[in-house]
Design a protein around this ligand. Structure first.
Ligand code: TZP
Ligand code: MG
Length: 205
């Protein structure tokens, strides 16, 4: 996941390249404060980096940008178009993800046809202003959601190499991060450490 204003002056495509080099499985383009034109321009560069590496790319919020840059899919939240609308516009093969923070929300998103969920915020984070009810849901909620749905999901929010294993051991299929990679001195190294922590979490199941 990228967010250029938290990338220590590095360009988004450069951070994505570093994360890809470190073994990231999926990239989400998250340029919350950028204009549509900037999202499109940066998105095209990120698309080139991810396509070269064979890494899927999803676009946060915007179905139109996802279509315009030929991304693999879109990631939607409460303020975005419904999953069914994105599916209709992007097609059956597109990846459509949904942010949720509750068991009910997770079940609803699964029924609506989401391919995967982003669950959080698991821990405290400065990256996103989350409503108090949606923040710091903790690993117990992660386990409850794992019991409630069968689509894959990633835990997000305050995830670092130190706690990613706990999120995965609790039942998440993986983790999604912003600052643990974008603000790292060495984003490639940080990605490797996250992957090691995720693997350790799987071993604890
Ligand atoms: N959704 C829930 S928490 C969050 C998003 C986008 C922010 C995650 O950022 P960080 O820096 O990994 O805590
Ligand atoms: Mg959104």
């Amino acid at each position: 996941m990228t967010q250029s204003d938290r990338s220590g002056g590095r360009s988004t495509p450069d951070v994505v390249q570093a994360a890809v080099d470190g073994g990231v499985d999926v990239v989400q383009l998250r340029e919350k404060h950028a204009s549509a034109r900037d999202r499109y321009e940066v998105g095209r560069e990120v698309r080139a980096v991810t396509a070269d590496a064979g890494v899927p790319l999803v676009v946060n919020d915007r179905v139109d940008i996802a279509a315009a840059i030929d991304a693999d899919g879109v990631h939607l939240g409460d303020d975005d178009v419904p999953v069914s609308v994105a599916r209709e516009q992007l097609g059956d093969d597109a990846i459509v993800g949904r942010s949720v923070s509750t068991v009910t929300g997770a079940r609803t998103a699964e029924e609506a046809g989401a391919d995967y969920l982003g669950v959080g915020a698991v821990f405290a984070t400065d990256t996103k202003d989350t409503d108090p009810e949606q923040s710091e849901i903790g690993t117990e909620r992660v386990s409850a959601i794992a019991d409630a749905v069968s689509i894959p999901f990633v835990g997000i929010g305050g995830v670092t190499p130190d706690n990613a294993a706990d999120v995965v051991a609790a039942g998440a299929d993986g983790v999604a991060v912003v600052s643990a990679i974008t603000a790292a001195d060495d984003p490639t190294d940080a990605t490797r450490h996250l992957a090691d922590s995720v693997a350790a979490g799987r071993d604890r199941r």
